[in-house]
Design a protein around this ligand. Structure first.
Ligand SMILES: *Cc1c(COP(=O)(O)O)cnc(C)c1O
Length: 435
């Protein structure tokens, strides 16, 4: 049996069923911005492996950091032990993050970072004598991960709440953040936010949101004023603010952290994905001294969380090297160039009747269609054109590695526009013209 058949026989892929007939491609190596398939074809990567591979693949600097750490130790337990990679990474994160975030809790994935952040918020409120505050406020259109509590704050519709109804904790939802990034925010846009705080503010432990960019819940960009209003209302009502920067962290939105667009500091900041430049799974939860001290002074006096692979030295060493590389590479310039390339390259798609909107922010480019894409028939169209793009729902989008050259980016956007040009809407789905 070939690799694909063996795979189909026994493996689940993200959001798929075992044995599903949708196309799957064996990749045997990756270097720079190119994925190498088993059959020898090379694809320009438009996805950064879901926001992660900001430096591209097989990077000599990150390889070297991994090799050096491997020679010392790849893992050691974090209970009662510490090591240089964890300390150096924590210090770097504190230094780079918005002012006031001083304490770092390492975890092994984004979803677990959200779980830990939610527990941290609850423990803080309990320590402050506010144990009646056990709800989380979340805007619709959000995505925060796939574990149960993370799911409870995801968009109730796209987050599949109905499937798990009765099991998920019931949280408080408000409409998507408005207006869009770049549009003028009026009082009208904030009415619902004000209202929910006025009505339920005393039951809320925290508000959780993705700052500026809502990722997997719809790839939308919203105005910084909304975030500023959320910060103000949280302060007024004793509610903590959790910023989920797992997708946006490390430059993707044009700022190192998306909260910087609004010039606010959250009480809790979650990072993951690009933290290790896409080498290993690692995430971190940052918080203030104030919160850490409150937790320490409450019952039971400790933060009740501790993953087995917490602070994994190999992952921490690579993460430190990745952040250093980001700074050395002048990421701001890289992201700016990609932003310009995306604006220019995706613009032709605006005129297509089956395209609802084209939007770009930082190194994120989105073509939103009027109808959902039929993944099985459309995915091969990208591969045939030598690019790796993975649409979901109505969204065909790009988040290229920051190191992509102008030429490769043009090839990528040209291929995307060509694929979209060759789609038609049939029975409410976007399918190839030839279908
Ligand atoms: C991907 C993502 C998560 C979940 O991270 P995992 O590492 O997949 O568990 C949470 N929040 C946001 C904003 C994400 O993009």
């Amino acid at each position: 049996m070939n690799l694909v058949d063996r795979d189909r026989h026994s493996i689940w892929h993200p959001y798929s069923s075992v044995g599903s007939p949708s196309p799957i491609y064996p990749v045997v190596a990756a270097e720079g911005v190119r994925l190498k398939l088993e059959d020898g074809r090379e694809l320009i990567d438009g996805m950064s492996s879901w926001w992660c591979a900001v430096h591209g693949y097989n990077h000599p600097v990150l390889n070297e950091a991994a090799m050096q750490q491997l020679d010392k130790m790849s893992h050691v337990m974090f209970g009662g032990l510490t090591h240089p990679p964890a300390v150096e990474l924590a210090e770097t994160l504190v230094e780079l993050s918005p002012w006031g975030l001083q304490k770092v809790f390492f975890v092994d994935s984004g979803s677990v970072a959200i779980e830990a952040a939610m527990k941290m918020a609850l423990q803080t409120q309990i320590a402050r004598g506010q144990s009646q505050r056990h709800l989380f406020l979340s805007p619709r259109g959000g995505y925060h991960g796939d574990t149960l509590d993370a799911m409870s704050v995801c968009d109730p519709i796209t987050g599949m709440h109905t499937l798990f109804e009765g099991v998920l904790p019931k949280q408080v939802f408000i409409e998507r953040p408005e207006p869009a990034f770049g549009e003028h925010c009026t009082e009208q846009h904030l009415v619902q936010l004000e209202q929910v705080f006025a009505e339920q503010g005393d039951q809320l432990a925290a508000m959780i949101l993705e700052p500026i960019v809502q990722g997997a819940g719809g790839m939308r960009f919203y105005a910084p004023e909304y975030l500023q209003a959320a910060r103000r209302l949280c302060d007024e009502h004793g509610v903590l603010l959790i910023a989920d920067e797992i997708a946006t962290g490390f430059g993707r939105s044009g700022k190192l952290f998306a909260v910087e667009h609004a010039d606010i500091t959250p009480d809790i900041l979650c990072v993951g994905k690009a933290l290790t430049g896409g080498y290993l799974s690692l995430a971190a939860v940052l918080t203030t001294d104030e919160m850490a001290n409150d937790i320490a002074s409450g019952e039971p006096g400790v933060f009740m969380h501790g993953p087995t692979f917490m602070g994994n030295p190999l992952a921490c060493a690579i993460a430190k090297a990745s952040i250093d590389l980001l700074c050395a590479n002048d990421w701001q310039q890289q992201v700016l160039q990609i932003e310009q390339g995306l604006h220019q390259g995706l613009a032709p798609a605006k005129t297509f009747t089956h395209v609802a909107e084209v939007r770009v922010l930082g190194a994120i480019g989105v073509v939103e269609l009027t109808h959902p894409v039929d993944m099985s028939s459309v995915q091969p169209m990208f591969v045939e054109r030598g690019v790796w793009v993975r649409p979901f729902g109505k969204l065909v989008y790009l988040m290229p590695p920051f190191v992509m050259s102008a030429g490769d980016l043009a090839q990528l956007t040209d291929a995307l526009v060509d694929v979209v040009a060759n789609l038609q809407i049939k029975d409410g789905v976007a399918v190839p013209l030839s279908a």
